[in-house]
Design a binder for this molecule. Structure first.
Ligand code: ADP
Ligand code: MG
Length: 224
């Protein structure tokens, strides 16, 4: 059994008049240490699929299982806790809190369960060093470059040792060489930690670095 099992996921949105069918039977299996790029034109449903895999939205039909568990069977508080501990997100926009330091931003997932424990702080510092920002732990996001902010976002996503690391166009706002280094970092960190990594990207060149490339078109996911 794969650590991530996506089965026949369909998603329809109710729009004025007719329903908009965005996903039309998407299946995907990935295990820890494996990674995949999802490519596809704008509006093809890449973000919708990532949101469903990340349990931020539910499928109209079909199922998602993470290490055998069906997250959509959980009630809302249990689902929020599951998401916080099992899934790390990196978005195109870093979503860092501007008033908080790098260290505080990386610790945010630990705060959902109360105060950050000493072990959380130690893990956060280790991750900040891992992403190359050891000297910047007390800096605020406004003092960092776009690439450095994404490094912080990656460290934050990894804090709780999630099974899944999901990145939605993480390099969309970066220049080419920074985009390459961020993609490399996502790959290295997820391999070291044994995550399932899924990266949505427009760039075939960046996608080439990942093990698998899948194309989302007309609601179906196919090998590129
Ligand atoms: P991508 O990330 O590939 O650009 P999205 O997943 O954001 O595509 O969107 C796919 C399609 O679904 C688009 O046509 C978009 O307008 C539509 N869509 C996304 N979210 C909603 C929503 N909450 N309600 C209605 N339509 C939506
Ligand atoms: Mg999108």
């Amino acid at each position: 059994m794969a650590d991530l099992e996506v089965r026949d996921v369909c998603k329809q949105f109710a729009t004025r008049g007719e329903a908009l069918r965005v996903l039309d039977g998407v299946s995907l299996d990935l295990s820890r240490g494996e990674n995949a790029a999802i490519l596809g034109p704008s509006g093809s449903g890449k973000s919708t699929l990532l949101q469903i895999i990340g349990t931020l939205d539910s499928p109209t039909s079909g199922s998602v299982r993470l290490e055998g568990q069906d997250p959509f069977a959980l009630d809302e508080p249990a689902l929020a806790s599951f998401r916080n501990s099992q899934i790390g997100f990196v978005f195109q926009d870093h979503h860092l809190l501007p008033q908080c330091s790098v260290l505080e931003n990386v610790l945010i997932p630990a705060l959902a369960t109360g105060r950050a424990a000493a072990a959380d702080v130690e893990r956060a510092r280790g991750l900040i060093e891992r992403v190359g920002l050891a000297e910047r732990a007390e800096h605020r996001p406004g003092e960092l470059s776009g690439g450095e902010r994404q490094r912080v976002a990656i460290a934050r996503a990894m804090l709780r040792q999630p099974v899944l690391l999901l990145a939605d166009e993480p390099t969309g706002n970066l220049d080419q060489s920074t985009a390459h280094s961020i993609t490399e970092l996502l790959l290295e960190v997820s391999r070291d930690e044994g995550n399932v990594l899924i990266v949505v990207t427009h760039s075939l060149e960046l996608a080439a670095a990942l093990d698998r490339r899948l194309q989302l078109e007309r609601g179906k996911l196919q090998p590129e």
